[in-house]
Design a protein around this ligand. Structure first.
Ligand code: PLP
Length: 420
């Protein structure tokens, strides 16, 4: 079931007061749920030597949330300079940060290697000679190409712009050795929102095969394998949840087998985003209009500026009408925002109980790739973020964007140049 019963039970009684105080729309995240997921992840993977989760910052780049994750022992997976700065701002440094970028500029590498450094995850063989200095540790992102199939969101590895190809991977590490790098890891990220745990075990096995290969050919003893993120969550009530314990057990067996054979074993890194925070956030929005033309529309005060996933991937997000859960559903409706794009729809042909203006709609599972994917197209401003804290209080953890924010990039000294 999307949105946990426990979150719903704590949020529902106070939701009208939260709406009255803060106004809609907003995302609200559940500290209890996030902490529980962190604890589960840690306990399930603790038996694995050298396990570390690097939270994918892009999923929920809010320092208040990141602080909670950091206290749980998580590091951060960053792919831009602002994401690095966010992670460092809350005290992460060095091995707590992984920089997994693509089509990276020298300026980005300089930032990544400065300020206490981080683990560099290189996306191409050519980048090793472009680094501003020789790092202690080098990791390459491996793209198996036709060796594996990807999935809907991330696409087939052959068509993906990410990573080092199978044919280049040995040469990439060879080059790193020649440049004096002494410590190594290997990374891959193949699937997104994948709910089949066996896929993740296969990914770990695939990396262990490469590790064995490179041990034989180059004598490298890898410090870690990083299997990426992509663990799925049940967005639809019909979806089965991801079996985290089975995944951990499967990978543990593979690592133990590896250790028996080689008498050493690389650590296991993961960089989940969605699985950690996705189910622990909802977007709360008010019904402001109804419209009946060829279809019935429910107009709300949020738009795809607050949540792109339905418009971008056709993603399903469960929706419930606050206080009307017990009522029978009526004819299907499209739940829409105000943006001048026909894909500005949170739900399409969805059976919902009959709504009135002022009703509160709760859009589930917006805790990852929700607010962070928002944009300002059409002059729409991103909403605020709140956190339902463990003690039951509600904290504003990001204010809504204002007109002043929208105009901020137009505020500069005049600059006109003539080139002819
Ligand atoms: C987006 C991304 C992740 C996180 O993906 P989730 O689906 O949120 O787990 C991890 N690693 C990399 C390199 C990514 O681009």
């Amino acid at each position: 079931m999307p949105m946990s019963h426990s979150f719903s039970k704590r949020l529902s009684p106070i939701l009208p007061d939260i709406v009255d105080t803060f106004g809609t729309p907003f995302h609200i995240y559940d500290e209890t749920g996030i902490c529980d997921t962190c604890d589960t992840l840690n306990s399930v993977f603790t038996p694995i030597e050298g396990f570390k989760e690097y939270f994918a910052v892009k999923a929920l780049p809010n320092p208040h949330i990141m602080e909670i994750l950091h206290k749980k022992g998580f590091g951060f997976d960053c792919s831009s300079v602002p994401e690095l700065a966010l992670s460092r701002k809350i005290g992460a440094k060095g091995n707590d940060i992984m920089f997994t970028s693509n089509n990276t500029s020298l300026a980005q590498f300089t930032q990544a290697m400065g300020h206490g450094g981080c683990i560099l995850n290189l996306d191409d063989i050519s980048l090793i000679s472009k680094l501003p200095a020789i790092p202690d540790v080098i990791c390459f992102r491996y793209n198996p190409g036709p060796g594996r199939s990807g999935n809907h969101i991330i696409g087939s590895p052959v068509e993906a712009k990410f990573g080092v190809s199978h044919d280049q991977i040995q040469a990439a590490y060879e080059k790193a050795i020649q440049m004096g790098v002494k410590r190594f890891g290997i990374h891959t990220m193949l699937a997104s929102n994948e709910r089949n745990y066996a896929y993740m075990v296969e990914t770990a096995d695939m990396l262990l095969d490469i590790v064995t290969d490179l041990l034989q050919h180059l004598g490298i003893r890898f410090e870690f394998i990083n299997i990426g993120g992509g663990l799925g969550i049940p967005y639809s009530p019909n979806d089965q949840p991801f079996d985290l314990a089975a995944m951990a057990l499967g990978i543990r067996k593979s690592l133990e087998k590896f250790k028996e054979k080689h008498s050493w074993v690389p650590g296991l890194y993961m960089e989940s985003g969605r699985y950690i925070t996705g189910p622990h956030g909802v977007l709360v929005t008010s019904v402001i209009n109804h419209k009946q033309i060829y279809r019935d529309y429910v107009g709300v005060d949020a738009s795809m500026a607050a949540l792109m996933r339905p418009g971008m991937y056709g993603a399903y997000h469960h929706v419930h009408v606050h206080g009307k859960d017990h009522l029978p559903v009526s004819g299907p409706v499209d739940v829409v925002g105000a943006l001048c794009e026909n894909n500005d729809k949170f739900a399409i042909q969805r059976p919902l109980p009959k709504t009135c203006e002022g009703d509160i709609l709760v859009i589930h599972d917006t805790g990852a790739h929700g607010h962070s994917m928002g944009f300002n197209y059409n002059g729409h401003l991103r909403p605020k973020e709140l956190m339902l804290q463990k003690d039951g209080s509600v904290a504003l953890i990001r204010r809504a964007e204002t007109m002043a924010d929208y105009f901020a990039t137009l505020d500069f000294a005049p600059q006109v140049m003539r080139f002819i």
